[in-house]
Write a protein that binds this ligand. Structure first.
Ligand code: SF4
Length: 151
């Protein structure tokens, strides 16, 4: 019998707009095909222009993935004057934060996030159905793996 997830009664999260997840620290915003298409719409640019201007290839455990570029101070490439300039078309990874598979592994993985994100465990209750819909969205729009690094 399948165990009930720890979030069966939902989880609280409300973004305080502290911008910590968009700025100051190195990290990756991995992209799906749909994310790249949405960024083309947001910027009014071709795929080649978006890839060249805002994306980088990174090697993660032997797999090449596409991630957003960062500025020299580690702010996201789309962060300008206090806000996200592609907010309506932002990548799924950003839209679904903090409801990522890795953060929903266990109660402790979720609770540990509080040190990074002050919105975790406060505010609006997100139901189990809502959380599972976010996870499904990720499965249906997977992060692009361009090729194995050794191939
Ligand atoms: S770190 Fe959390 S509270 Fe701060 S902007 Fe990101 S999601 Fe919102």
């Amino acid at each position: 019998m399948e165990r009930e997830p720890f979030y069966r009664n939902g989880l609280r999260f409300s973004c305080t707009r502290c911008s910590r997840c968009c700025r100051h620290q190195p990290g990756y915003v991995f992209l799906s095909e749909q994310d790249v298409e949405q960024l083309c719409v947001a910027k009014g640019m071709s795929r080649a222009e978006v890839l060249d201007g805002f994306c980088r290839q990174v090697n993660i455990s032997g797999f090449i993935r596409l991630s957003l570029k960062e500025k020299p101070n580690y702010d996201c490439v789309f962060w300008e004057r206090g806000h996200c300039t592609v907010y309506e078309n932002r990548p799924l990874q950003c839209r679904n934060y903090p409801f990522w598979h890795a953060n929903l592994d266990s109660q402790s993985s979720w609770d540990e996030l509080q040190s990074e994100c002050p919105g975790v465990n406060i505010g609006r209750l997100h139901s189990r159905e809502e959380i599972e819909a976010r996870l499904k969205e990720r499965r249906l729009s997977p992060i692009m793996e361009i090729r194995g690094a050794d191939t």
